[in-house]
Design a protein around this ligand. Structure first.
Ligand SMILES: NC(=O)c1ccc[n+]([C@@H]2O[C@H](COP(=O)([O-])OP(=O)(O)OC[C@H]3O[C@@H](n4cnc5c(N)ncnc54)[C@H](O)[C@@H]3O)[C@@H](O)[C@H]2O)c1
Length: 338
């Protein structure tokens, strides 16, 4: 038996691949390496192709039979909101076609279990204090739309026996190991570190929002906590631990922390990690940034027994490039000492 992890060479997927391997599972990764790194998958089988290719269903089906796949964790997707607005059909092809091929292959190969990476982007910009799974989904960009469609496709696949859990992620940060760090500059923490590495000012986009310190508030979850949530979901679908693989009444869960941190709080948390006080520059608001997006994560705790446990400090410290860590001695320092 093995687990197929699509997008397993990516940031979050590679953390799940590692946890699966650490508990002795055989893992097969499919990743087109458009944003993944092969060195992240350890000794997993890595097949490099695009899930949205016309022949992907056939390739995936053959792979599932060959490796006796019994469950799929589906991360592979394009994920940049701005890009999705510029090239919506490309996003539909990658994310929706990719999902269609994957579900089709699972149906052909008789694989009925999937954990799916969904997103808080499915909600859009709800004007609520805490977002629950019952908060209406009104995605405001093609990226969020493709994630919601992916959820619907899985719900429809339940008619032919698909047993799925969709995890809606919020802001993911941190790293379980230095080589698995998020290198894409799309989320606040890597953006700050990349600016520091480049010797640039740290920028806050707007400090006049209706929040306690005026900066946007988001729900941040440590990537290792999130990776563990996938294993908990997978085990529930396979009937491990709970003793039942019966379909759940609820299959969509917010995989958040339930705690909102402001942009300024996140930047302040970075200062002790790098050993100097950051003095961010305040720039204009970014278009379309809602003041607050925080998950009510109580359902996943109640139903699946998962709760994020790592702190903001854990996230920013583990995400920090070694050369920025307080006390780090670079080559230059070493030279001086000699
Ligand atoms: N990072 C976040 O904060 C966040 C938040 C919400 C949801 N998500 C979702 O989580 C999943 C993983 O995100 P991530 O941050 O690890 O992104 P990532 O880009 O690091 O990982 C995605 C992986 O999928 C691969 N991939 C993309 N399209 C593919 C395709 N068509 N065929 C085969 N492989 C393909 C990429 O090469 C990459 O390795 C995505 O589905 C994303 O939408 C991420």
């Amino acid at each position: 038996m093995s687990v197929l992890v699509t997008g397993g060479a990516g940031y979050i997927g590679s953390h799940v691949v590692r946890l699966l391997q650490e508990r002795g599972e055989d893992v097969v990764v499919v990743d087109d390496l458009s944003n993944g790194k092969p060195e992240r998958v350890g000794n997993a089988v890595l097949e490099t192709f695009d899930l949205s290719d016309a022949d992907a269903t056939v390739k995936l089906g053959a792979l599932m039979l060959k490796h006796e796949v019994d469950a799929v964790i589906h991360f592979a997707a394009l994920k940049q909101i701005g890009e999705s607005m510029e090239r919506p059909l490309w996003y539909y092809k990658a994310n929706v076609e990719g999902m269609r091929h994957l579900i089709g292959a699972m149906q052909d190969a008789g694989v009925k279990t999937m954990v799916f990476s969904s997103s808080a982007g499915t909600y859009g910009q709800p004007d609520v204090d805490m977002i629950t799974e019952k908060t209406p989904c009104q995605p405001i960009n093609p990226y969020g739309q493709t994630k919601l469609i992916g959820e619907w496709m899985l719900d429809n696949a339940a008619r032919f026996g698909m047993n799925s859990i969709k995890l809606r992620y919020f802001n993911v940060a941190g790293a379980g190991a230095p080589e698995l760090r998020d290198t894409a500059m799309m989320n606040l923490v890597p953006i700050v570190y990349n600016r520091l590495l480049a010797g640039q000012d740290v920028v806050i986009n707007g400090d006049d929002y209706p929040t306690p310190d005026g900066t946007c508030v988001r729900d941040y979850v440590h990537v290792v906590d999130l990776a563990e949530a996938h294993l908990v979901a997978l085990d529930r679908l396979r009937g491990i631990r709970s003793g039942t693989a019966e379909p759940l009444a609820q299959t969509v869960f917010n995989a958040g922390n339930g705690i909102g941190y402001s942009v300024r709080e996140v930047i302040d948390a970075i200062s002790p990690v790098i050993g100097r006080t950051l003095d961010p520059v305040v720039g204009p608001r970014r278009e379309g940034d809602p003041p607050r997006l925080v998950a009510d994560a109580s359902a996943i705790t109640e139903v699946l027994g998962w709760k994020a446990s790592r702190t903001l400090e854990d996230m920013v410290r583990s995400a920090c490039p070694p050369e920025l860590l307080a006390g780090h001695r670079g080559e230059k320092d070493g030279d001086v000492e000699q």
